[in-house]
Structure formats: structure tokens, C-alpha cells
Design a protein around this ligand. Structure first.
Ligand code: FNR
Length: 336
């Protein structure tokens, strides 16, 4: 899903660039998408797929298929109702919502529409600010926190920086009115911060932005309850390993101790089943949901979410899998 012609006419070009941008040359944005297709599918046939079940639950969040909308900051940049419209569309389709700590709408209003959700967090150094935010998001219905760790600085690249600088961002309604741009970077973030957050949150803490097995183990030892394999949709380090290629190493290191999720370049049902066959418990989809919201509000979000559920069901049938746990690594071969 990309921006429609009407959307491009209506939106500030800086907003369009903010959503589309990648770091540097943008190579990782396109590589992420292409890499999933290098996992060639080896379908099983002659299996009964008359009753394909896609529904599951992750961290207490019920899902019609194991798919979340990835957290992205500032939904009100593209739609007046902001995150509330996204929440409504996702809930109607039964998919999960990853809410950014840079959300542009009050969390209680978002939670009332979404039901239990995944709260992403950039960890500001001011712990009082964090405690206030945690109380607010838990009261609004957050089921788990995803701490983003791949943001020690804003990614290189003129287009992305210029886009950010010009954005009509507002003070955050969820961080005591702090400018959202101040919430994004954490140069000193380390394992001790994960441990502190796991203690302070009172709900499971996932670590988002891991592409190496050794880092996943550091996060687990510090108290992470889940790992999100992510290179931030190619917005941080140009030339980063793709998430399709990184996922098996992380799944291997984690060895079933906690759920592993993945995002970056996942666009359709075939990608969803590839990620699950490699051991992911669920996936997150980023930019397509931003464009769905910009193009069609909550109805646009619902239509994309319905498509992803239906696409996952059909892809499962095609590879002879009627249950999510039939999605196993033998369904795939890496084409080098
Ligand atoms: C993001 N992403 C992101 N991640 C995060 O942890 N906190 C955030 O606030 C944001 N903000 C954000 C804004 C925009 C416009 C985009 C496109 C992305 C990254 C996001 O959660 C996810 O990792 C990627 O978008 C996944 O890649 P795809 O699906 O966009 O290729």
C-alpha cells in the first residue's frame, strides 16, 4: 500500500518524505522488502486445508492473524483522528496495534478504541517522566511495552532529517507536554535500563531493534520478555542486515525462551507465513498502515488489515498448513 494521488495532493511533502524515508541511500528500505522473497517457499500439497486457523494471542492481545501495525509517531500528521482512527480500523479487523510513544492522540482515547495494545517506548532519561507515561499507558490498556533500542541517534540522510525538522509535530499529549522530538534518542541506553523498565512497568517488556543473537541474549538476561527483530524499517542504519536474514540467528539464540516478533518489509500474507515458519510469533507492518490511514482513515486501515488476514489464510492453505504451528522451517529455502 502506497499513497494515493489524492493523498499526495493533500499532504505536506515533508510528511510524505517522513513516512517513506530511509536512512542514507534508502537501500535498507528496499532490501528489507526484497529479502523476504529470497526465502523461497516449498509448499506442501495433499494436506486437508478446509479449515485454516489464523487466530492467536500474543502477550494477552487477541489477534485474528499474528500481525500488528508497527508503532510510528504522529498519526495525526496524516489524519485528523490520529491514532484513534487507526485503533478503530485494526480492532474491526482483529489485528494488534503497536502504539508509538510519539503518539499524537491521548492514550486513553486510543486504548478505548483498540482494546489491549502493544506500547512502544523511547526511554527518556527523566525517570519521573517515564513513570507518569507508564501509569498512563497501563491505565489505557497496554498489555506489554516494546522498548526501542536501535535509536542512539536520528538516522543519517538529508531527506529524513529535513523531513523531521520540518514536521508540524505537537507537544506530546502523553508525556506531560514534552516536544515529541526530544523523546527519540538515547545514547546511553544499556541492559540496566531494560532491567529498570521491566521492574517499573509491571507488564512484560519487549526489546525492539535487535538483529543479532548475542544482543538478544543480553536483552533476555536483563529481563526482556520478548524480542522484536527490527532495523527500524531501514530508517536508522543504511546497509543494515535485513530482518528476513537476521531472524533465524535471533530465533536460534533465544531458543524458545520468549516470543520473537519481527518487522521490516513485510507486505503480504506470504511474508507473514515466511516469518512464522522461521520461528516468529507475530509480525509488525509499518508503512503500509501509515498510507492506509492517510488514504482512507479507519476504513482504509480496516481494509488493509482484512487483506492481511485473508492473505495469511490463503498463503497457509497454499503451503498445506491449516494451523500456525504447521509453519515450520522446512517450508523455506534461502536463495543466495
Ligand atoms: C517508524 N518506526 C518507529 N519505531 C519505533 O519504535 N517508534 C517510532 O516512533 C517509530 N516511528 C516511525 C515512523 C514512521 C513514519 C515509520 C515508517 C516507522 C519503525 C516502525 O515501528 C517499524 O520498525 C518499521 O516501520 C517496519 O518496517 P516497514 O514495515 O515500514 O518496512
Amino acid at each position: 500500500m502506497t499513497a494515493s494521488a489524492q493523498t499526495l495532493d493533500r499532504l505536506d511533502p515533508r510528511v510524505v518524505r517522513y513516512i517513506d524515508a530511509g536512512a542514507g541511500s534508502g537501500s535498507t528500505v528496499t532490501d528489507n522488502v526484497a529479502a523476504w522473497n529470497r526465502w523461497k517457499l516449498r509448499p506442501r500439497v495433499l494436506r486437508d486445508v478446509s479449515d485454516v486457523q489464523t487466530a492467536t494471542e500474543v502477550f494477552g492481545i487477541p489477534l485474528a492473524a499474528p500481525v500488528f501495525a508497527a508503532p510510528w509517531a504522529g498519526h495525526s500528521l496524516v489524519h485528523d483522528e490520529g491514532e484513534v482512527a487507526t485503533a478503530r480500523g485494526l480492532r474491526a479487523a482483529g489485528l494488534g496495534f503497536g502504539v508509538s510513544s510519539g503518539a499524537s492522540t491521548p492514550l486513553d482515547a486510543v486504548g478505548a478504541e483498540s482494546g489491549p495494545y502493544l506500547q512502544q517506548l523511547y526511554l527518556p532519561e527523566d525517570r519521573d517522566l517515564v513513570r507518569g507515561f507508564l501509569a498512563r499507558t497501563v491505565a489505557a490498556g497496554a498489555a506489554a511495552i516494546a522498548l526501542t533500542v536501535d535509536h542512539p541517534a536520528v538516522g543519517n540522510g538529508y531527506g529524513f532529517r529535513a523531513g523531521l525538522a520540518g514536521l508540524p509535530y505537537r507537544p506530546s499529549p502523553n508525556f506531560d507536554g514534552v516536544d515529541q522530538r526530544l523523546l527519540g534518542t538515547a545514547r546511553t541506553l544499556g541492559p540496566a535500563d531494560i532491567a529498570w523498565l521491566a521492574g517499573a512497568a509491571g507488564i512484560p517488556v519487549l526489546v525492539k531493534g535487535v538483529v543479532r543473537g548475542d544482543d538478544a541474549l543480553v536483552a533476555l538476561d536483563a529481563g526482556a520478555a520478548g524480542i522484536i527483530v527490527s532495523n527500524h524499517g531501514g530508517r536508522q542504519l543504511d546497509g543494515s542486515i535485513t530482518t528476513a536474514e537476521a531472524l533465524p540467528e535471533v530465533v536460534g539464540a533465544v531458543a524458545g525462551r520468549v516470543p520473537v516478533l519481527v518487522d521490516g518489509g513485510i507486505r503480504r500474507g506470504e511474508d507473514v507465513i515466511r516469518a512464522l515458519a522461521l520461528g516468529a510469533a507475530a509480525v509488525l507492518v509499518g508503512r503500509p498502515f501509515a498510507w492506509a490511514l492517510a488514504n482512507g482513515g479507519s476504513a482504509g486501515v480496516q481494509a488493509l488489515a482484512d487483506d492481511l488476514v485473508a492473505g495469511t489464510r490463503i498463503a497457509m492453505a497454499m503451503v498445506g498448513a491449516s494451523r500456525l504451528d504447521h509453519l515450520t522451517p522446512d517450508l523455506l529455502r534461502w536463495e543466495s
